[in-house]
Design a protein around this ligand. Structure first.
Ligand code: PLP
Length: 411
């Protein structure tokens, strides 16, 4: 019989969102009259910007004409999209990023997992706790960890706890790790990192020859002008960081699929026998071999995000979700519940009231308010006692959910 990848069997059986779905379905069946409001999964709810739709309609027309028809595109993405990204997302912020260092993809979730293809199996790997589960699970699948313990921690990974005590930014270790995953603005805590904090990580990485895998999927939600949007705003980051970006949350592309990864040409790693190799060449090879690009139509849609109309329409989308986040923060605070995040991110991180566990608060909120959120413990052991509420929903649903919660919980 063919051998399987045994590492898959190490993955925790009850993944967070299926367990949430199971509990919500059981409740809905037992209470068919309940009007359940879902503020759990971080998926967008509002339609695609008009500029993106118009560009995609035009691109479909291009595909219908022999002269403008497109077959396979470049595996790295079309030059016209990569140039706009380089100029508007990076060079305009003083980041020295060239279009050739940008690789268009069908999602930053995929890229966060795929990037492991170009790294060896014997790196030490650090993640924050709580964390976006994809970083952990993809390392488990790749055989980079041991077994999971009853707290949900995998042997072999370095967990850096984040909590209210450290402002949800991890303390920088005083020992060497090879790969470090950082996510700012953070999913799930909604925390952000200052330039000083990122500079400290970059200094650490350069001292130890480490690589920072920087996930900036939520950068567009930053409201505070002093906060960095990219790791490449930090001096020295070109020598130690890869950045993941996505059109999913800023332009509502979760179902349309387009993202990109930035791999600077100056970034280097080491072979087993100590030779230095440029990572750009490895990622370029990986993408050219295993990926055939994002569709022309979708890339034209993504390009429209950078047009004047696209910029103002995506800004309006972000403002809409951030107003939801403000309502959530204010209403929960008024109900005597301690909240974090939600000021530069679409997630509000809630301290569960009365010392309830994350899942007990989940059940209570579902049963008494018919509102669904995400238990913090699902993102890691240190997320216990916290709860994530997403601002991705209609205004009416957010207002109704907050009304129900404040009525039940008001102190
Ligand atoms: N990174 C983080 C931190 C996320 O929360 C998400 C999605 O929720 C992603 C990446 C995935 O983005 P994409 O839709 O581009 O795959």
């Amino acid at each position: 019989m063919a051998r399987i990848n045994d590492n898959y069997l190490k993955l925790k059986a009850g993944y967070l969102f299926p367990e949430i779905a199971r509990r919500v379905n059981a409740f809905a069946q037992a209470n068919p009259e309940a009007k359940i409001i879902r503020l759990g999964i971080g998926d967008v709810t509002e339609p695609l910007p008009q500029a993106c739709r118009d560009a995609m309609v035009q691109a479909i027309e291009d595909m219908g004409d022999r002269g403008s028809f497109k077959g396979y595109g470049p595996e790295q993405g079309y030059e016209w999209l990569r140039e706009k990204i380089a100029q508007q997302d990076f060079q305009s912020r003083g980041c020295e990023i060239d279009a050739s260092e940008i690789f268009i993809s069908d999602g930053s979730k995929c890229d966060c997992g795929n990037i492991l293809d170009i790294f060896g199996d014997d790196n030490s790997i650090a993640v924050t706790d709580p964390v976006y589960p994809v970083y952990v699970d993809t390392n488990v699948m790749a055989g980079h960890t041991g077994e999971v313990n009853d707290k949900g921690e995998y042997g072999g990974l370095v967990y850096l706890p984040i909590s209210a005590d450290n402002g949800f930014t991890a303390e920088i270790p005083n020992y060497k790790v090879d790969l470090i995953y950082l996510c700012f603005p953070n999913n799930p805590t909604g925390a952000t990192a200052t330039k000083e904090h990122l500079q400290a990580w970059v200094n650490y990485a350069r001292t130890h020859g480490s690589i920072i895998l920087f996930d900036a999927a939520y950068e567009a939600f930053i409201q505070d002008p002093s906060l960095p949007h990219s790791i490449f705003e930090i001096e020295g980051a070109r020598d130690c960081a890869i950045e993941f970006r996505s059109f999913s949350k800023n332009a509502g592309f979760t179902g349309t699929r387009c993202a990109f990864t930035v791999v600077p040409k100056s970034l280097k790693g080491q072979t087993k026998d100590g030779q230095t190799v440029e990572l750009w060449g490895l990622w370029n090879r990986r993408q050219s071999t295993k990926f055939n690009g994002v569709s022309y139509i979708v890339q034209r849609g993504a390009e429209a995000v950078y047009s004047p109309e696209g910029r103002s329409q995506t800004q309006a989308l972000i403002s809409f979700y951030m107003e939801n986040a403000r309502i959530i923060r204010e209403q929960l605070t008024a109900a005597g519940i301690q909240v974090y995040g939600g000021e530069n991110a679409p997630y509000v991180w809630v301290k569960t009231p009365n010392g309830l566990s994350s899942w007990d608060f989940f059940d209570k909120l579902l049963q008494t308010c018919n509102v669904v959120g995400t238990p913090g413990s699902g993102f890691g052991a240190a997320g216990e006692g916290y709860f994530r509420i997403s601002a991705f929903n209609s205004r009416a649903n957010v207002e109704e959910a907050m009304k129900r919660i404040t009525e039940k919980f008001k102190v």
